[in-house]
Design a protein around this ligand. Sequence first.
Ligand code: NDP
Length: 248
Amino acid sequence: MKISNKTILITGATDGIGKVLAIEFSKLGSNIILLGRDASKLDKVYDQLDQSNASQKHLILEADLALLNHESAHEILKAITSEYNSLDGIINNAAILGTMTTLEDYELSRWDEVLNINLRAPFILSKTLKPALENASDPRIIFTSSGVAKIGRAFWGAYSVSKFGLKGLAEIFANELESTSSIKVFNFDPGATQTKMRASARPAEDPSSLKTPSELVDCYLWFFSEESSNSKKHYFEYDELSRKVTST
Ligand code: NDP
């Protein structure tokens, strides 16, 4: 899987899955664009990126996705196009869990925050960065799903609704772009993974019983492979994709 010299934007790159993907992809020679809301966490991850290849160039974009709008998304496009000739991929990874409570008790401001970060921001970012993606030879947009995108479960509230919405968004993007653009769109459910989000969703669970974010790297790499260019399928879950990846 040729990931070297590819330029990849990872949202929510300061922790959990996004942070590990950033570090591991940099070791494989990618240019990493780290997007996060916390400047000091961004600096710390930047310092862990591999820069051994002299042509590698990484970038920090500090942005709170809860507040993303047309103007700030265009500022992001400008920042990317002034540093790179093209953008090979967006991994729309950032999300928050919100509150685990009934719909009846769900606070409206919290509801809006979850929907803005988890669903509205990936929509704005993906549509705005499309011109930069189209300058790449085999570009990708990856959305991040969840088990609660398939079945509504009590107390998962806005998070679950945002992932249902994201599934629709990914399908619509995929369908609109398949005949008009070289951009491939995927939606991936990484499954239960040892991160701070999982720990706050399931505080009683033993984190050591879960896979680590590092075990997801091969799956994310597959989305940038030649094999995935020919995939007719857009939605993948970890178990299925990891079997596919290990058998190839
Ligand atoms: P974490 O909570 O560990 O990391 C989330 C990342 O998103 C952090 O870097 C966080 O930044 C960032 N983020 C949150 N809000 C904003 C914002 N407003 N602006 C910019 N960045 C923001 O989560 P995971 O790594 O577990 O989750 C990654 C993805 O995987 C999510 O989409 C999640 O829904 C999905 N997923 C995770 C599963 C799991 O078991 N872990 C299972 C299924 C899906 P900060 O460091 O500042 O908090």
